[in-house]
Design a protein. Sequence first.
Length: 212
Amino acid sequence: MNIRSFFAAPLQQHPRPWWLPVLTLGITLYGIFVLHWDLKPIVFLFWWEVILIVGSALVRMLFALDGRRFTDNMGQKIFFLLGGLLMGATFVMFSVTFTFQAFSGNDYSALAGIGNEVRIMVAGYLLGLIVHYFGSGYFRKASPAAELMAPFVHMLVLLAFLQALTMHLIPRYPQLDQATWVAVALVVLKFAVDMLFAQIGKPLRQALQHSD
């Protein structure tokens, strides 16, 4: 199989890396059950992934051609870039606010051992851009506005549910370990919302139809 046929395959032609939710959940579960993480690495990786989502959205927006040349709509892209940076910083701030309760305590030694997991997550997002955006050729027809807004809608839904759980529902039960339940809510809710927006079933169905 040559490179052109690889990128033309149905699984690679899906415009977004549909497998990322499974990768990020796998990293978290490996850390919990194999590396015996406490709550801090789980929350830190969530903050880090929000930054990666924002960065990926900005890259996709900048290189979205919408059927035109790269420089044709540069003024619009600069406007979107400034707005995206502002919104991205806001989402990062809210992510920290809603989950900081699970980051309590003065022992941060567990964070020293998550370098490999951070690098794998970064590599996953880079691979998603290379394969599903640039390699598939989707960037040529992508709309800058859509590429910027889709990830932000994803995060808005996630943070809205996360706020409801961590700021309102969980505090109603003071007998529970609040920090632990914040981390549990974070892992479960994030995977559910990621799966909803990734639409994993569509590329898999296309691949099965293509193989027939």
